[in-house]
Ligand binder design. Sequence first.
Ligand code: SF4
Length: 281
Amino acid sequence: LKVEVAKTAGFCMGVTRAMDLALKVAREKNEVIYSLGPLIHNRQAVASLEAEGFLIAEVPEEIPEGTTVVIRAHGVRPEVREELEARGIRVIDATCPHVVASQKRIAVKSRAGFSIVIVGDRDHAEIKGLMGHAVGPVVVISSPEEVAEVELPEPLCIIAQTTFSEITYEKVVAEAQKRFPSIEIFESICSSTEDRQREVREMVKRVDAFVVVGARHSANTLRLAEIASESGKPTIHVETAAELSFSELRNLELVGVSAGASTPGWVIEEVIGALEAEEGH
Ligand code: SF4
């Protein structure tokens, strides 16, 4: 089989950076390293991190003094970092640069007297971290309808979670501009998810079948499989190479491969290798 691999398959810049930083520290220190929440939502990746000596702490209090902790790509509230450092814990900050940019904008605008409207999922770790960077009034909303409920002193500025839907954000912003004509708008959505989906849409036109690699519970991976299968071409979603079934790929020439943002490179490589080994059958 010939295989075409999507350029956008697998870890986004922020996740690659966080994993590289974490592994570098683990290998240098040769001791147990904590991460505040799982560094990545992927079983295979978590298992390989555990083998490297990583432990997941759900809350900062679980991390013993004198140890090292990695802050994941979503970032944290400033107080969390201060509290960890005050307890003598070494902090390795792997907050994604896109998220850091949003945190800084919120801090600057908030100090300048603006109320902050954050658009996103209020239970998400990134949003909790962003809220913590506001020193004044702040609210989280997730739909255009909720704009009517915003009761904050003007001036206002509005900013989105980095992975929020661009289309929904545009609608929220349009509503907000009607109620608060002078509201300042920040374009903070990271393009990584959109780019990945766009590439699958393009690739699926020229391949005979599509394989999507990633966790079954990963929303962005499921979305990729959905996009590929909407084309009517055979689409297979696997977590690992062991799950590949070649019966659907018989007599085909070119297979496209992409993967979700939390799928490690080596898991993708194994799938590509298994597909390529089918050549000539
Ligand atoms: S902001 Fe974008 S690049 Fe950064 S971690 Fe999130 S999806 Fe990845």
